[in-house]
Design a protein around this ligand. Structure first.
Ligand code: SF4
Ligand code: SF4
Length: 104
């Protein structure tokens, strides 16, 4: 690389806008179809377990006798398979990410 090309690249980088988002100074935009996190309207859940069976990462655990529905967000890859299979449509894909956690 010649010295001219070198300085041209540096000057271009100094005056042009960055290619990446200046987070957190410029917040990220969330679009309607952004896959963020799974939400369950638990009052509509019938604990059928279809979401658990369909989940490719075993992130969901359902117990019908205990009326328990749990999701491990660390395992979820936001594939939307559970939302598609849910018979009562109580599962939805939110376009916001879930709050960061330090522990599983
Ligand atoms: S598929 Fe829907 S109704 Fe069935 S357990 Fe999962 S969330 Fe509940
Ligand atoms: S979105 Fe995919 S990975 Fe996440 S809980 Fe649903 S089925 Fe599992």
């Amino acid at each position: 690389m010649s010295i001219f090309t070198f300085w041209k690249t540096i000057l271009k980088s100094l005056i042009s806008k960055p290619a990446t988002l200046m987070y957190p100074f410029i917040p990220r935009k969330f679009y309607p179809n952004t896959r963020g996190s799974i939400k369950n309207k638990i009052e509509a859940c019938i604990y059928c377990g279809l979401c658990q069976r369909k989940c490719p990462t075993t992130a969901i655990v359902v117990s019908k006798p205990d009326k328990k529905w749990q999701i491990d967000i660390m395992r979820c890859v936001t594939c939307n398979a559970c939302v598609d299979v849910c018979p009562t449509k109580c599962l939805s894909m939110e376009n916001q990410y879930s709050t960061p956690v330090a522990k599983e």
